[in-house]
Design a protein around this ligand. Structure first.
Ligand SMILES: Cc1cc2nc3c(=O)[nH]c(=O)nc-3n(C[C@H](O)[C@H](O)[C@H](O)COP(=O)(O)OP(=O)(O)OC[C@H]3O[C@@H](n4cnc5c(N)ncnc54)[C@H](O)[C@@H]3O)c2cc1C
Ligand SMILES: O=C(O)C(=O)CO
Length: 347
């Protein structure tokens, strides 16, 4: 049987969601049967490819709904396994300090306090001015390029095939996998425009990050503000420190604006004075800056079984992770693979 015929599992998308989906399928020995069709792969840098621009950390940015909390928890355990046993993945344990200028979602705090290691509420008297709530705990920091390359190399070693192509319609996957047992749809924010999907609930939440050289910073700190989040995310293994940010819903502006850069530097210096050795934002040594579009979705991420339009082939949607593709992505991919297993012949 030719290689083309054995490939019966198609995945659209090679961001952290598509790659993680393939990774879990490889754990079932399905690598040689998988073909990933993607315009961008981990070596690419583009404003249209969100995954490389993430911090990434594990914080309580996710929503408070039961699915999001479940995906966070599953992924927390997976990241702990990687931090403990696979240092080359670029995942490490890290101290998190998170502050809110408004009352946080209590469901999320309750869920977090039940599993996040060393979880502690910050006593009110220790909170900075105008801050209503804060907590600390042990979560994770991820060197994002290293993590994406780590997964990519596992997939290559497991026999997964990659095709660098942009498809106009979801049914175009049939050009690459003519008789799929299952198709996974992981296009990120482009689920909004991909033919046959065109999800009206998907929209970009525009972010802007400034990566600086500050190797003395080891803690990740976030302040959830009423009109913007401010965060400091050191990437382990000399990955620089990712500073943010903005959460601009529905904003497709691809440009970097210098006034926004200054705003991020000012806010992060105030949040963590030691960031620039107490010399203020003018002392910042910028490595790079980037704009990214978080794939957000009204109603939360979509992990759902469907069928390719006008065919009998099963389609599993897995997109809409918004600001949580790293901290919830394994949980989302796990659920999407669980939906596929009854469809896949192993004998
Ligand atoms: C500034 C910023 C900071 C962030 N920080 C964090 C963080 O600290 N922690 C965290 O958990 N998350 C964070 N995120 C969120 C995280 O980056 C996203 O949730 C995640 O990257 C989404 O991954 P994805 O695979 O869905 O999308 P993408 O990475 O965009 O991948 C989509 C894939 O689909 C392909 N594709 C799309 N359309 C087509 C088509 N028509 N034909 C072929 N291929 C197609 C693309 O080429 C790409 O391969 C951050 C995001 C931003 C912008
Ligand atoms: O900016 C984001 O989306 C984040 O998750 C930062 O913590």
């Amino acid at each position: 049987m030719s290689a083309q015929q054995t490939q019966d599992i198609a995945i659209v998308g090679a961001g952290v969601i598509g790659l993680t989906t393939a990774w879990i399928l490889c754990d079932f020995g399905l690598g040689p049967r998988i073909k990933v069709i993607a315009k961008h792969t981990p070596e690419d840098r583009s404003v249209d490819y969100t995954s490389p621009w993430a911090g990434a950390n594990f914080c309580s940015i996710s929503s408070g709904d039961e699915k999001a909390l479940r995906w966070d928890r599953i992924t927390y355990n997976r990241l702990a396994y990687l931090a403990n046993t696979r240092k080359e993945s670029g995942v490490v344990f890290a101290d998190l300090r998170e502050l809110w200028d408004y009352d946080p979602n209590l469901e999320k705090i309750r869920s977090w306090s039940s599993y996040v290691k060393d979880f502690k509420t910050i006593p009110k008297e220790e909170l900075p001015e105008n801050c209503l709530y804060g907590h600390t705990g042990t979560t994770f920091l991820i060197n994002v390029p290293q993590y994406l390359n780590f997964i990519h190399s596992i997939l290559n070693d497991s026999g997964v095939t990659f095709v660098k192509e942009e498809i106009k319609h979801i049914n175009d996957v049939l050009q690459f996998v003519p008789n799929p047992t299952v198709v996974f749809n992981c296009p990120g924010v482009w689920a909004s425009t991909l033919g046959g999907v065109e999800d009206p609930d998907v929209y970009p939440t525009r972010g802007h990050v400034v990566c600086v050289d500050a190797p003395h910073i080891k803690e990740t700190r976030i302040r959830n503000g009423t009109n913007s989040d401010t965060y400091i995310i050191p990437r382990p293994f000399n990955g620089g420190v990712v500073l943010g940010g903005f959460m601009q819903k529905g904003n497709w502006d691809r440009e970097i604006h210098p006034e926004d850069t200054q705003d991020i530097l000012k806010r992060t210096a105030a949040l963590m004075p030691e960031l620039f050795q107490h010399q203020g934002p003018e002392a910042a040594k910028i490595i790079y800056e980037a704009v990214g579009f978080r794939p957000s979705r009204n109603g939360g991420a979509r992990v759902e079984l469907d069928t390719l339009p006008g065919t009998k082939f099963p389609l599993i949607h897995d997109y809409g992770a918004s600001g949580t593709g790293y901290q919830a992505g394994y949980g989302m991919a796990f659920d999407s693979v669980m939906l596929s297993l009854p469809l896949i012949k192993f004998a």
